[in-house]
Design a protein around this ligand. Structure first.
Ligand code: ZN
Length: 134
């Protein structure tokens, strides 16, 4: 598979309003607005850092994946997202190699990206996202 770069780092926060204080006010990263991904029960906020971005994730429901993550592990680093040239080809290759996936097929993520998550059991404990942007 062709991995182009680290697209973004996902960081779970209790509140984007509180979280952005550090990233934006202290570190001086530009806040580019929040977006809701209803299917994932999450609000996201992106802060560009050079070629990559920091993504803050705030759950919109107690049973959402980010709320469950925080319940288990606390706030903080949640996932790394790699930009791939062709997400369909990447998933096919991973299936071929019997890598456990959370998403068998790509779904729509923030910013209109096509995304899919790999299971942390298959990656040594890290939640890995693949992301294709046109
Ligand atoms: Zn992400």
């Amino acid at each position: 598979m062709e991995i182009l770069k680290i697209d973004h780092l996902g960081i779970a926060v209790n509140s984007i309003d509180e979280g952005r204080n550090f990233w934006s006010e202290i570190l001086g990263l530009k806040f580019e607005g929040a977006e809701t991904v209803a299917e994932q029960k999450v609000n996201t906020a992106f802060f560009p850092v050079g070629e990559s971005e920091v993504e803050l994730l705030e759950s919109t429901a107690p049973d959402g994946p980010v709320a469950k993550f925080i319940e288990k592990k606390g706030t903080g680093f949640q996932h790394v997202a790699f930009r791939v040239a062709d997400i369909d080809a990447a998933l096919a290759e991973l299936k071929e190699k019997n890598i456990q996936l959370i998403d068998q097929t790509p779904r729509l993520g923030a910013g209109g990206a096509r995304i899919a998550f790999l299971h942390p059991k298959a990656t040594g404990g890290i939640l890995v996202e693949l992301c294709e942007r046109s």
